[in-house]
Design a protein around this ligand. Structure first.
Ligand code: SF4
Ligand code: SF4
Ligand code: SF4
Length: 333
């Protein structure tokens, strides 16, 4: 176990904060049809940046993930990032990479990120445009070249969808050629407001599982079998939270209601407590629901947040997830 993993475990046991996933803006320069975010145009205001960072520091958060939308589309990205680093946080950046330029690379050289996760949406200009609705492939490639030339580590991640399945092998090759890790995400979610439009991009279960268990699947990690449990597995509300671009704490990336506003360290603390109480509600819903007694739960990724997004109830079985879990089980036999 790495030191960071030990700290994550220790904070979990002690009920202390560890990870804040900070959505600095809901805006993005791309337009991916599978995107589960509502691009409301919200972005953290200059006057709120210090407030958020003071609150995270006062409560002892160690790791901050800067995300969006596209975090680099925030005009204050360099200032926010530099301030977080100067205050001693470990910072992970989740980005589509297309706004990384020489200045950004210079910033990362002076203040190395803890990790830099870049989404990949194609290996040609045409694939990229069809996936994202934007002609930005050259900027994506240029970003990877600049980072490599500067010796800055990054990893790639790709959502497996109807639009990306046909170039997934090319993305594996790209990752191999650049000698970087690649993570493939196989789930597509409804939007945070429960609009099911992104599900049009979702692959049939058979395609997901045959890709996940295919011979060439060597750069990504299959979901490991998990012990059956009647408890919620994630750590949200215990040592991790989401801070949105309007100064609210939300339980996790997929469950944004209820969310709790804060305007000072004291109200941040109250919002943290409210998120912890929400966790108790979700745990109870999980215990009462079908997943806690399900024979194939070890292969299923369902949880109250997923259930809510898909059905409007915190504890329902989602047919797509059930079919996926059954298919994974049969592959494992
Ligand atoms: S790059 Fe990410 S945030 Fe932007 S539209 Fe695509 S999925 Fe959404
Ligand atoms: S999506 Fe589900 S498993 Fe993930 S953090 Fe939210 S509640 Fe937990
Ligand atoms: S969503 Fe359905 S298949 Fe998955 S764990 Fe829950 S009850 Fe089981």
């Amino acid at each position: 176990m790495t030191l960071l993993e030990e700290l994550r475990e220790a904070t979990l046991k002690a009920g202390r904060p560890f990870l804040a996933h900070w959505e600095v803006t809901s805006c993005c320069n791309l337009d991916c049809p599978h995107c589960y975010l509502s691009h409301t145009g919200a972005m953290v205001r200059e006057s709120e940046v210090a407030l958020v960072i003071d609150c995270l520091e006062a409560h002892g958060f160690l790791l901050v993930t800067m995300s969006g939308g596209e975090p680099l589309s925030h005009p204050l990205f360099p200032t926010i990032y530099r301030t977080l680093k100067n205050r001693g946080f470990l910072v992970t950046i989740c980005t589509n990479g297309t706004l990384i330029d020489e200045d950004t690379v210079g910033l990362f050289q002076r203040y190395p990120p803890f990790s830099l996760e870049i989404s990949v949406y194609g290996t040609t200009a045409e694939q990229f445009r069809r996936f994202t609705g934007r002609d930005a492939y050259h900027r994506f490639v240029s970003a990877l070249d600049l980072l490599s030339a500067a010796g800055i580590d990054y990893s790639l991640k790709m959502p497996l969808t109807r639009r990306s399945l046909h170039f997934a092998r090319d993305v594996e090759i790209l990752a191999r050629q650049r000698n970087v890790a690649l993570r493939i995400g196989t789930l597509v979610y409804p939007r945070l407001d429960r609009d099911p439009a992104p599900l049009m991009e979702r692959l049939p279960v058979t395609d997901v599982v045959s890709y996940e268990y295919s011979e060439c699947y060597d750069l990504t990690s299959r979901q490991p079998a998990r012990e059956p449990t009647s408890e919620l597995r994630c750590s949200s509300g215990r040592n991790s939270i989401v801070v949105d671009s309007d100064c609210h704490i939300a339980f996790c990336g997929l469950l944004r209601e209820p969310r709790f506003h804060f305007s000072c360290v004291r109200t941040f603390s109250m919002a943290l407590t409210a998120a912890a109480h929400l966790r108790a509600t979700l745990e109870e819903a999980y215990r009462q629901g079908p997943c806690s007694r399900c024979a194939i739960a070890d292969c299923c990724l369902c949880c109250p947040a997923q259930s809510w997004l898909h059905t409007g109830s915190l504890c329902s079985c989602i047919p797509y997830f059930r079919d996926l879990a059954e298919a994974k089980r049969s592959y494992r036999k």
